[in-house]
Design a protein around this ligand. Structure first.
Ligand code: TRP
Length: 445
């Protein structure tokens, strides 16, 4: 296998490498930070059930759509869209540029604030090993001091960005694939250890029933839309991350299977993380509905009280860092691939140059929580759903039948009925549901 740094495109060496990289993109802060606190806020089981439904109706169809666009287009998100929608005239051009611009914008914006939050997780790793000291006034004060300390947040943000740039600069195969082949098993290992820990210390039973016993009286329309939006974010959809990774796949043959594996891993890891977190919460008689502070305030507080809390804390925040790292890699890769494929930049220069720009854009988020929320809302509520809407319509209506169904056609038996079901879903159901997310983001409900 040739090395893939420099101008050559490269690709994933093995199918497993692809699945781990794509799952690495999907499994991130969304799974371990957002999903548990959303579930806590929206009352548990009913939210989980709706979320699973959204994964099936929006997540899976769009995941296939993105991967097949990348696989058939064979280039970065903009060039792949351009190649596959060329026969569709003006609609194709509009969709291509809409998706391309949104993808670059989302790559910049999401990574800029994502790196700040991931940086906080790095700070908590440092706290766990005694390289930083907690505020004597308690966990709330420790977190407030960190988030309110611009230079400190900016420092950890910088460390995280360096980690991401290093991997992307090293190439698809020798950087991304190699890193994810280590990071993903490490992540699963840590999660299973934590699960073993809580199964001994208790709280697992209450956690299980909280997650899986639906109480529909707690389910609001807002919760449904939140679940829909989250299904999107957690699978890294709407900005061509899966298009870009799909473009490094060598054949049509495994698209359907790989896509299922990625969605399954992502969902399983979110549920396991929730199971662990709520077990700790319930075993200590704490509150599940703590909101965004669940992971950074409630948990550290509990970790100080439980047996072996220091080690558990270290394991947990390492888990968060690893998950964020492999996601950050995919966010940068979307933009780097575009610079390499479209403008012929060398991979190394693209990774470093774009990394520096994103780092700079992240500084305001490091210094202001309001700016961070603004970036989060701008991307999660508007840019990603609009991007996803355009990708769904393009995959359903603008691609040729051959390209559109290539993944199914490569299945043993030709996958005709699956292809028909998918085409119907991506044409009508997915765009309609995504439109709901967009209208909700605009405050129309
Ligand atoms: N899926 C990641 C998470 O759950 C976040 C993420 C990574 C992402 N790459 C993305 C979201 C691309 C949207 C688009 O944390």
């Amino acid at each position: 296998m040739s090395d893939d740094t420099g101008g050559g495109r490269g690709g994933f060496h093995t199918d497993l490498g692809f699945v781990l990289a794509a799952a690495g993109s999907a499994v991130g802060l969304g799974n371990i930070w957002k999903f548990p606190y959303n579930t806590g806020e929206y009352g548990g089981g009913a939210f989980v059930l709706v979320y699973l439904g959204c994964i099936a109706l929006v997540g899976l169809p769009l995941l296939y759509g993105e991967m097949i666009i990348g696989r058939r287009g064979g280039k970065d998100v903009l060039s792949s869209m351009a190649a596959l929608t060329a026969q569709s005239g003006i609609a194709g051009t509009l969709a291509t540029w809409g998706v391309g611009l949104l993808a670059v914008g989302s790559g910049f914006f999401i990574l800029s604030f994502y790196a700040v939050v991931a940086g906080w997780a790095l700070h908590f790793v440092a706290l766990s090993v005694g390289l930083a000291s907690a505020n004597p006034a308690g966990s709330e004060a420790t977190f407030t001091a960190l988030a309110g300390d611009g230079p400190l947040s900016a420092w950890w943000h910088t460390v995280f960005m360096v980690l991401v740039v290093l991997v992307v600069a090293a190439g698809v195969q020798s950087g991304i694939e190699r890193a994810c082949k280590i990071l993903m098993p490490a992540l699963m290992g840590i999660l299973l250890l934590l699960l073993a820990y809580v199964s001994v210390t208790g709280g697992l039973g209450s956690s299980l029933s909280f997650l899986f016993r639906p109480d529909f009286s707690k389910l609001s329309a807002e919760a449904v839309l939140e679940a829909l939006g989250h299904a999107f974010f957690t699978l890294s959809l709407g900005m061509g991350a899966m298009v870009t990774y799909g473009s490094y796949l060598a054949s049509d043959r495994h698209v359907v299977r790989d896509q299922l594996a990625v969605a399954l891993l992502d969902t399983a890891i979110a549920l396991l993380a929730g199971l662990v977190i709520f077990a700790v919460v319930f075993s200590m008689g704490a509150e599940p509905g703590a909101g965004p502070g669940l992971v950074f305030i409630t948990l550290p507080d509990l970790f100080r009280q439980i047996p072996g809390g220091g080690v558990v804390s270290l394991a947990f925040f390492l888990l968060l860092v690893v998950a964020a790292w492999s996601s950050g890699i995919s966010l940068l890769e979307v933009v780097v691939a575009l610079a390499v494929d479209r403008f012929g930049w060398s991979r190394r220069m693209a990774a470093i140059g774009i990394g520096i720009l994103i780092w700079g854009l992240g500084l305001p988020s490091a210094f202001s929580g309001e700016f961070l929320d603004f970036m989060d809302n701008l991307t999660t509520r508007y840019m990603l759903p609009i991007g996803g809407f355009l990708i769904a319509l393009s995959a359903g209506w603008l691609l040729s039948k051959e390209d559109r169904e290539a993944g199914f056609a490569a299945l043993p038996g030709g996958g005709t009925s699956l292809a028909t079901t998918w085409t119907f879903t991506i044409r009508f159901i997915t765009p309609a549901l995504v439109l709901l997310v967009i209208l909700n983001g605009l405050g129309l409900f």
